[in-house]
Design a protein around this ligand. Structure first.
Ligand code: ZN
Ligand code: ZN
Ligand code: FE
Length: 789
């Protein structure tokens, strides 16, 4: 059989659970080819035979299904097979499929919505409708290969009709692992706080809609966990939800049924509309319309509001029920916030929800499809890019994006071992590498309670299970006391080698990895506080970082501020303001009007400052924002991280064009005299200049100073590029103005596009540090004579 063309293709990438094999099957039929497709450890293997086999590859690449993504494709000639009569899809054997990626969860597709809206369809109104193009993936998958048996759908045997779809390669539900219908699939029911059933099936969702319309607070089991929901237009319900959740001010996310409703509540650009309705369905931060129907209590600190569109069939059915109740003209909007008590991870199981949310919700919408791994909603916003087009910025990366990998640049020698980045203390994520791909897990949260630490452990195990790799080394933060650092040194870590990398160096390495940059840069890490290499509290740093040799130096930083009372100063920014006043020579800050509200604390702070007791210093940019805000009487005491900065940002008078002086002091290291900014804030505030004007001048002065610092540091280090990272890059003025000013100075600017600039990116920086470090170590062992730190 040498006269027959047979080609063998090995495809790697996101090619499971996304309709890839049926697509291959259809294509083979169209081209009149025989052969096979199967999952193998090296990827999906396709063999095609026939006269038109040579056309197969080009068509495959050009017509890929929407969710599939190819990262590697090898095509070779194969020996022809005599007597082959058909093209077949071979079942995957357990333990196979090592090179394929699990897809993130995908919002309900238009075809499935049409099925659900059709009274003659057997899935009419069914809240678990899905197909190969949509539905749950990552959150219901235990391990690979991605087959029904390894998902939480394993306990729902397919009915005859569903099985026929599942086995028909020409059906939209061919091998759709979560395939289900009202006969064989998961069901919903509604309970009270004690777990007693109030309604089932369609009636449960109708009753839920009624409860919401009447102002109740409802726990709703979703895709990656429970939401707490209430009517977003009902001021009293929103206030009650905040009271029960002990969340006085932090913005609440709102789900709206469609783009039209989103446009009534907020300004929505074309880019923002695309993100809102895209298959990832993140929460998109938008500029709210003043006087919209939303309750004032939704986001009291900013003019922005986080909106998202329905992403599961259940959400669509719920909005349908609300529309029936209130009439087509009334477009409902629902608060949909993570179902958790403050600071804890999102709830996942039915019993867990009744136990943990019993005091928070009035009724519970439950269902019997298990969520295997928690995933909060992702949060993004669109920034005007340098060319005027929108650039996405992540605030939180979770559902819809995880576990899509970051493709790394060439690190090391190609035989990259697996490395696990353990993440930071706050806004933790984990990062597991596999070859040249880095898998950053979903947002975990602040590692300050056992529940969150437990969630961290779940994700660690889950990532290893769905990627089928074990780490050869761990990378932790330099801080010795973090829970993650202690875990790494403890018995549970199994004695794996542990590397440590400084927090802000990890920030810079993360931006570099996202941009596949391999040359040295100056990184500007504008952050809260992180443990410095000298044991101090860093957070406003200009660092030289060489991602190849891993050599780094601190070239500059912001002027230090006092943190009277340590951690307490982070919750009570008035302390930092008083410390700044003390540094400016006001040893008695008594006359400051807002300090009288904090007697006798402020007298104590004065003594601390005088004696230098419990007053650590920090170069943190976040604390600088806190100080400036508090000098203006904003965010004197805060209930969530970044609140003071957010208030200060929102207060800016955009018509003001003046900027405060922010001198750069030469030396090693360079020091940006940010205390001078605070002096001008103080002077103008004392002189009665309006808060909006002072805030704007502060922002513009800081941005200009930071650009000068970065440009000078780049000059000193002899590099052309500046990388921007750190939680302060979430400040809209910094995020838009700083890259612009740097570009004006002829500096190449690298920013985060795939991960948040805040601490959600740290685990990636840690992981690439580990990969490179191990590669350098091997090179040295092999006598290549490379030196590294
Ligand atoms: Zn679908
Ligand atoms: Zn069925
Ligand atoms: Fe950080």
């Amino acid at each position: 059989m040498h006269d027959v063309t047979r080609r063998r293709l090995v495809v790697q990438g996101q090619v499971q659970g996304v309709g890839f094999r049926p697509f291959v099957y259809r294509l083979a039929l169209e081209l009149g080819l025989t052969g096979l497709v199967r999952n193998a450890p090296e990827g999906v293997v396709v063999e095609v035979q026939g006269a038109r086999a040579g056309e197969f590859r080009a068509r495959l690449e050009a017509e890929l299904p929407p969710l599939a993504r190819i990262v590697g494709l090898e095509e070779t000639d194969a020996e022809g097979v005599a007597g082959e009569a058909a093209f077949r899809i071979e079942a995957s054997a357990p333990g196979q499929g090592h090179a394929v990626l699990i897809s993130p969860d995908v919002a309900t597709c238009a075809d499935c919505l049409a099925d659900m809206a059709d009274p003659d369809n057997r899935r009419f109104g069914y809240p678990f409708t899905n197909c190969t193009n949509c539905g749950p993936r990552y959150t219901i998958t235990r391990s690979i290969p991605y087959d029904r048996a390894t998902t939480s759908m394993a306990c729902f045997p397919l009915c005859e009709a569903c099985r026929a779809e599942y086995e028909n390669p020409l059906d939209r539900r061919f091998h759709a692992q979560p395939n289900a219908c009202p006969v064989c699939g998961p069901r919903v029911w509604l309970t009270d706080r004690q777990g007693a059933r109030l309604a089932e099936g369609p009636q449960a969702l109708e009753r839920l809609a009624r409860e919401l319309a009447e102002g109740a607070i409802c726990a709703v089991k979703g895709l990656g966990g429970f939401h707490l929901a209430c009517d977003a237009a009902n001021e009293a319900a929103v206030a009650e939800l905040r009271r029960r959740k002990t969340r006085p001010a932090k913005p609440l996310a709102v789900m709206v049924p469609d783009l039209d409703t989103a446009r009534r509540l907020a300004e929505v650009s074309e880019d923002e509309a695309r993100w809102l309705s895209g298959r990832e369905r993140p929460i998109v931060l938008l500029r709210g319309r003043p006087g919209s129907a939303l309750a004032q209590g939704i986001s009291p600190d900013t003019g922005h509001v986080g909106l998202m569109l329905p992403y599961t069939p259940l959400h669509h059915v719920l909005f349908g029920a609300l529309r029936k109740l209130t009439g087509p003209a009334n477009r409902a909007a629902l608060v949909m916030t993570s179902g958790n008590a403050g600071g804890e991870p999102i709830c996942l199981g039915n019993r867990e929800a009744l136990r943990r949310l019993g005091q928070l919700a009035d009724v519970f919408l439950l269902h019997d499809r298990d969520i295997l791994i928690r995933a909060d909603d992702s949060v993004v916003r669109v920034l005007p890019g340098p060319n005027g087009d929108g650039e996405i910025q992540f605030l939180r990366r979770a559902r819809g994006f995880v576990p899509s990998p970051v493709e790394l640049p060439e690190f090391g020698d190609g035989k990259a071992p697996t490395v696990l980045g353990l993440g930071p203390e706050l806004k933790n994520t984990l990062c597991l590498t596999k070859g040249r791909q880095a898998f950053v897990g979903q947002h975990i949260g602040d590692m300050q309670n056992l529940e969150t630490f437990g969630f961290w452990g779940e994700i660690r195990e889950h990532l290893q299970a769905v990627l089928q790799v074990r780490p050869a080394a761990l990378v932790r933060d330099l801080h010795p006391d973090y829970l993650t650092s202690q875990w790494a040194q403890g018995p549970e870590a199994g004695g794996l080698p542990v590397l440590a990398v400084q927090h802000h160096v990890a920030h810079v390495l993360a931006v570099l990895a996202e941009n596949r940059a391999t040359r040295p840069v100056v990184g500007l890490a504008l952050d809260g506080t992180g443990y410095g290499a000298d044991g101090g509290l860093w957070g406003g740093e200009a660092l030289y970082v060489d991602p190849d040799s891993l050599e780094w130096r601190r070239l500059g930083h912001l002027a230090p501020l006092w943190l009277p009372g340590g951690e307490a100063a982070i919750r009570e920014p008035w302390r930092i303001a008083q410390g700044a006043l003390w540094s400016l020579g006001e040893r008695d800050a008594g006359p400051w009007p807002w300090l009288k509200d904090f007697r006798p604390g402020s007298r104590l702070v004065a003594q601390m400052l005088d004696k230098g007791l419990n007053c650590p210093e920090t170069s943190s940019c976040g604390r600088l924002f806190d100080a400036a805000a508090a000098l203006l009487g904003l965010g004197l005491a805060v209930s969530y991280e970044g609140q003071a900065a957010m208030l200060l940002e929102a207060a800016q008078d955009q018509d003001e064009a003046g900027a405060y002086e922010c001198p750069l002091l030469e030396g090693e290291p360079l020091v940006l005299d940010t205390l001078a900014l605070l002096r001008q804030v103080r002077d103008d505030a004392s002189a009665g200049v309006p808060v909006g004007v002072v805030s704007r001048r502060f922002h513009l002065g800081l941005v200009a100073g930071l650009a000068a610092l970065a440009a000078r540091a780049a000059e000193v280090a002899g590099v052309r590029a500046v990388a921007l990272s750190g939680g302060c890059m979430l400040n809209r003025t910094l995020a838009t103005e700083l890259p612009r000013l740097l570009a004006e100075r002829g500096v190449e600017v690298l920013t985060h596009r795939l991960l948040p600039p805040g601490d959600g990116c740290i685990s990636l920086g840690q992981a690439v540090y580990g990969l490179r470090r191990l590669a350098l170590g091997r090179a040295q062992e092999q006598g290549e004579g490379r030196n590294f730190l």
